[in-house]
Design a protein around this ligand. Sequence first.
Ligand code: FNR
Length: 369
Amino acid sequence: MEVTNVTEYQAIAKEKLPKMVYDYYASGAEDQWTLAENRNAFSRILFRPRILIDVSKIDLSTTVLGFKISMPIMIAPTAMQKMAHPEGEYATARAASAAGTIMTLSSWATSSVEEVASTGPGIRFFQLYVYKDRNVVAQLVRRAERAGFKAIALTVDTPRLGRREADIKNRFVLPPFLTLKNFEGLDLGKMDQANDSGLASYVAGQIDRTLSWKDVKWLQSITSMPILVKGVITAEDTRLAVQNGAAGIIVSNHGARQLDYVPSTIMALEEVVKAAQGRVPVFLDGGVRRGTDVFKALALGASGIFIGRPVVFSLAAEGEAGVRKVLQMLREEFELTMALSGCRSLKEITRDHIMTEWDAPHTLPTARL
Ligand code: FNR
């Protein structure tokens, strides 16, 4: 049957993938409250569309860190994409490039920065996990820069891995025929079988829990790439990110895979936007599955959004064609939302085009008895 929306790829992926792989892609942390909330919160934001505006021409294009892209819909880093499809990250890179948008490559990709660069032209960001061994980090950042990556997305919400119970039950581990390619030569490319989640053990062994704001400064000293801080959900941390030289902020709760019972990202977004005071762009990821979701994020002040799971699910279903289709469907839905709201360019999308639960209640005329 024809796929007509992004969400439908999840059921197809579930049928196709081994249970251990599907569960790793799909799950959130613990009770998965935040996982559901990342979606549910979007449904509590409603539109205030404007009518009788000439919407015969609509421009979706925008600029991110100075790079022109075709739409404010980008690809978040998701690890180990070759578990979904043999072409893994290559397919994602090609699909993003064809759509004229940005792909973020995970540190834990099953293809290296050089391999992804060799797929052809495209604007790409590199997501960084900071290892205890800083030589490893410095080397990797240098390789990404040399391979033409344009920015670092520094993930700051993962000093330890969140408790994903499906991965614990499945004893999740990277299949033996794959490696974390960026670390292959460094003897860090394999994940040992553990008594719980193999990835949680890998993180406990390798990832630096002491990471702090001073390391953001350190990172700036070893690269000229701009740094996006990924995983901010409070005003306090937004101010610190700006003070410490971040070029942008990604409001993210890691797809609800880290701390459970944090708010949905769409609920946290406006607080961050206000604290950023227009000094740096603010982006969002988490639960974006519809063009209406993209519009709502932009109306609350985001400069763009990133999608995570839709990429791995569509990869599993149809490879590169699936990822292309996801990007195309979101683009078309977003364009339609703009038309039906009376917006012809991204800058015409305003806070007044939506209403949220936390807006001051409108004074209603008192009923006459
Ligand atoms: C992720 N995410 C993630 N983030 C990161 O910084 N580095 C990574 O390697 C990964 N890997 C990863 C794997 C999988 C399977 C998922 C689902 C997520 C988080 C990701 O970048 C993003 O924050 C969320 O996926 C966004 O939420 P949605 O779109 O999946 O709801």
